[in-house]
Design a protein around this ligand. Sequence first.
Ligand SMILES: O=C(O)CCC(=O)C(=O)O
Length: 289
Amino acid sequence: MAFHPIAELSPEQSDGLTRDLDELGYAVVENALDAATLGALRDRLENQMKGEEKKGVTFSDIGSNRRIFNLVNKGRIFENLILHPAGLAAARHLLGEDFILSSITANVVQSPGEAQYHHRDQLDDFRSVVVVQMMWTLDDFTKENGATRVIRGSHRWGPDISAFSQDQLEALAVPVEAPAGSVIIFGGMMVHSAGANQTDRPRRGILTYFSKPYYRQSENYALSLSPEVYERASPELLDLLGFRSHASFGWVDGPPAATGEFLRGSGRTARLSDYSAPLDADGHPMADA
Ligand SMILES: O=C(O)CCC(=O)C(=O)O
């Protein structure tokens, strides 16, 4: 499959991104994907969806909407999207230097459909942002086709949204209309939802979701990353997938031997050369302890 480079952010895009994230709680970067990349993402996603349908492994969410999970295993173009400069710049701005990928999935909003409930992405602790969501628009996002809806300024609301009814939140929500090839970015405190699609065509979007390294990943990459992707992944991608320890999180039997050493171990095909085991007092492995 063709592998298309993904464009860098211009200085103007970068300034606008950080300003909007702070003031409104979300930002849109238009033309984040060039035409070739957009086409390749659409093709790969469409084929993957058809393939999963044939195999009978589809997942339906809210009415007839479709979720396609764990895209990092489903084409190089998705590996590249995780590393897109706009996504990484926004994650760095909201989460600091240290962050990892929580998941990469697609949400295809179908017609006819119902809107998703309004929610925040992070749970329990609402004192600071610990996750960041990025919606890459593969179609023009409009009010009519179920664009992501946000409540402007809700990233600064108090600790919880349970004091509001869904009807009250609905009255405040606005669709984020953005042309295909954009990325819509918001932190985990922003109240948002997918809209209802009233057109006759699906609304396709890919979500890259980042978190602080101490927040449990949505996808368990240690178990689900394919060996092929593990072997070819760049150090930067492996780091984002959680295969490097961060402070005292993600260790394998203690701290890594050398700074920056990657953790070897992807559940399905064990890669640790020397597992820890019960030892007797002389240092010999014990069959049963
Ligand atoms: O698809 C969208 O527009 C938003 C999806 C979303 O909020 C979610 O996955 O929780």
